[in-house]
Design a protein around this ligand. Structure first.
Ligand SMILES: NC(=O)c1ccc[n+]([C@@H]2O[C@H](COP(=O)([O-])OP(=O)(O)OC[C@H]3O[C@@H](n4cnc5c(N)ncnc54)[C@H](OP(=O)(O)O)[C@@H]3O)[C@@H](O)[C@H]2O)c1
Length: 297
């Protein structure tokens, strides 16, 4: 099976490496050159345009920043995969994008005899590296089964949700909760810090009780050391909250927590945390409460 992989960022590069490790034959594309170097050094085929990469691919996997990137790489009539994809190929988009774009691209590919799955992931850079991501899959169920070996090469779990767009919908619901969980950590920690108490002990306490959440576990070291090297940037989290807000609006459901956390991430991004890890939301709280800390060491 010949795979074309597009988007070698924080998540895409390790996912592509895990496919290579599993023995798949790969062609890769990335918009900018730097991320291609490792692949070129290994003798992996690199293409100049997504259309070129799609020509002979049995499966196309994309891991791109946002709706614009996916529209260009998959859907551009001149340079995108849709121009040259073979009938019978399978497209798997793992980017977090709007469900409406997942559905409209899937319809366009269907006309060419190609099935597209929306298969965004939970897990961050460490899970992409370890091959322990979870894929949340929307689209035709038989295509999901066809893709299972690929999901296994890059992840620990794949969950079939339902028709096209449903994977993207569940992913946005997941990220609303992730952002609110981060806010919960930042709020608890704000009280502890301003009271002059030990943040490490605070983490030990909450890890054992009902206040525990995924962010308590995965962001503990970043937050305690004030080192916000990005696994998942605040910019991308804000992008997802925007997509979730559009979806909630279209569904006509009020989500007050989403409105609040979107505003907080907007403040974070406008005050210097855009390219930091999403856990740098704590810095926003520190600015608001006058307890700004400096990195240790
Ligand atoms: N990081 C996480 O923890 C995480 C977890 C789950 C889901 N996600 C989602 O997974 C996706 C990728 O995340 P990431 O953290 O890997 O992001 P990233 O490091 O910023 O990588 C984004 C990739 O998209 C490419 N790209 C951006 N705009 C483009 C355009 N207009 N045309 C073509 N390529 C474009 C980038 O190319 P360049 O190298 O040229 O910039 C890069 O390859 C996002 O949708 C994100 O929301 C991320």
């Amino acid at each position: 099976m010949r795979i074309f992989f597009a988007g070698l960022g924080t998540m895409g590069a390790p996912m592509a490496k895990n496919l290579l490790k599993a023995g798949y034959s790969l062609t890769v594309y990335n918009r900018s050159a730097k991320a291609l170097r490792w692949f070129q050094d290994q003798g992996i085929r690199v293409v100049e345009t997504p259309a070129k990469g799609a020509e002979d691919a049995d499966a196309i996997i994309t891991m791109l920043a946002d709706d614009d990137a996916v529209s260009q790489v998959l859907g551009d009539e001149e340079t995108g995969c849709i121009r040259s994809v073979k009938a019978g190929a399978l497209v798997i988009d793992s980017s977090t994008i709007s469900p409406s774009l997942s559905r409209s691209l899937s319809t366009r590919f269907m006309v060419k005899g190609v099935v597209m799955l929306d298969a965004p992931v939970t897990g961050s850079a460490p899970q992409a590296q370890d091959g322990t991501l979870t894929f949340i899959v929307g689209g035709k169920e038989d295509a999901y089964h066809q893709a299972e070996p690929l999901f296994r090469a890059m992840g620990r779990r794949a969950v079939y949700i339902g028709p096209s767009g449903s994977g993207s919908t569940v992913k946005l619901a997941n990220n609303i909760m992730g952002a609110i969980n981060m806010m919960a950590v930042a709020e608890g920690l704000s009280i502890v810090q301003k009271s002059g108490l030990d943040a490490e002990k605070f983490f030990d306490v909450i890890a054992g009780g009902g206040a525990n959440n995924g962010m308590v576990i995965s962001k503990r070291e970043k937050v305690l050391n004030r080192r916000y090297t990005p696994d998942f940037t605040a910019r991308l989290m804000l992008k997802d909250l925007r997509l979730a807000s559009h979806l909630a609006w279209n569904l006509d459901i009020p989500l007050p927590g989403l409105a609040l956390i979107s505003n907080l991430y907007q403040i974070a991004c406008h005050t210097g945390a855009s390219e930091s890890d999403m856990s740098a939301l704590l810095e926003t709280y520190e600015k608001l409460s006058g307890t700004t800390q400096t990195p240790e060491g």
